[in-house]
Design a protein around this ligand. Structure first.
Ligand code: ASP
Length: 331
């Protein structure tokens, strides 16, 4: 098993050349206030404000803060949880929403991301929530449009709303993030969820251990943020931990790599016996979709320590807060 050949862990995020504003390209180079492109560059106080706002959001009794605002969900990749929870979040705040999926739209005809953005803006979009298989795609869009852009997952780069809803979920069970130990197990290399989680949790004093084989957790992963620890041994990773975050093996990003799933299961699958090594009140988390029998057993997925369904549930108030902030209604 060879480690990934990417020269640096950060290289997954390309740097685009600065664009020149012109008549046809009213680019501003800076994302509009309220955009949420990643966790890395957010200040801790901005994250706290979003978490506090989410606590005040009630999807079944929401104020119509976004009445008549038009929100487009532009999804170039499959999604169940993220898309439906953003959509319910937007609708419960009174917004008008529409979904544009790569298949069945002009994207299939070869239209560029930016031209699609100009089109959506021209039909009246006030905000775009965007998922794309390429790292940096929402950032590119944000540099060309004068409306807030929300990153709903960009390639292997970031998934900020997932990190926020995970922090929200942890804080429902633990008094504070500071001093907690979290263990992220699995395909860290390909995971935007893991990247955003590392950025967020370390800003609040969580000690993080990354665990998996070298293909999934290369040594360079520890350089993402200061203080990360890497281990290859599941028992070592779980012992005494407060939070276990499991990741899906992302077969769609494994082109060209040879990894034996059987080997992975026998060394890294989360079982009830392994879970006993963690703290008794440890939380088991997973961004979904879970694959029972692969990264975890069914009894762990459905067990009393699992907050996997809770994470999905919390996605709605968290995304209500994100959208309210995006459109200047964070009251
Ligand atoms: N749903 C998450 C994502 O979109 C995790 C996954 O797909 O494994 O990144």
């Amino acid at each position: 098993m060879q480690p990934p050949s990417t020269p640096a862990y950060h290289a997954a995020f390309p740097v685009y050349p600065k664009n020149k504003p012109s008549k046809n390209n009213p680019a501003k180079n800076h994302p509009v206030r309220g955009s949420l492109l990643g966790i890395e560059h957010l200040e801790a106080y901005e994250i706290l404000a979003l978490l506090q706002l989410a606590r005040r959001m009630n999807p079944v009794k929401a104020r119509p803060l976004l009445r008549n605002k038009r929100i487009v969900f532009l999804f170039y990749e499959a999604s169940t949880r993220t898309r439906t929870s953003f959509e319910f979040a937007a609708k419960s705040l009174g917004a008008i929403t529409t979904l544009v999926h790569a298949s069945g739209s002009s994207i299939e005809k070869g239209e560029s991301i930016i031209d699609t953005g100009y089109t959506l803006r021209a039909v009246g979009a006030d905000c775009i929530v965007m998922r794309h298989p390429s790292a940096g795609a929402p950032h590119l869009m944000a540099r060309h449009l004068d409306i807030p852009i929300i990153n709903a997952g960009d390639g292997m780069h970031e998934h900020p709303s997932q990190a926020l809803l995970d922090a929200f979920t942890i804080l429902k069970h633990k008094k504070s993030l500071k001093g907690l130990q979290a263990t992220i197990i699995g395909d860290v290399f390909h995971s935007r969820v893991a990247r955003s989680a590392c950025h967020l949790l370390t800003k609040f004093g969580v000690k993080i251990t990354l665990c998996g084989p070298p293909e999934f957790v290369p040594e360079v992963a520890a350089t993402l943020v200061p203080g990360l620890r890497v281990t290859r041994h599941l028992e070592d990773a779980i012992r005494g931990t407060d939070v276990i975050m499991l990741l899906r093996v992302q077969t769609e990003r494994l082109a060209g790599q040879k990894i034996s799933l059987q080997d992975y299961v026998s060394r890294y699958q989360m079982t009830a016996a392994h879970l006993k090594l963690a703290r008794r009140d440890a939380l088991v988390m997973h961004p979904g979709p879970i694959i029972r029998g692969l990264e975890l057993t069914a009894d762990v997925a459905d067990g009393p320590q699992s907050v996997i369904v809770d994470e999905v549930h919390n996605g709605v108030p968290m995304r209500m807060a994100i959208l309210a902030r995006a459109l200047g209604r964070a009251k």
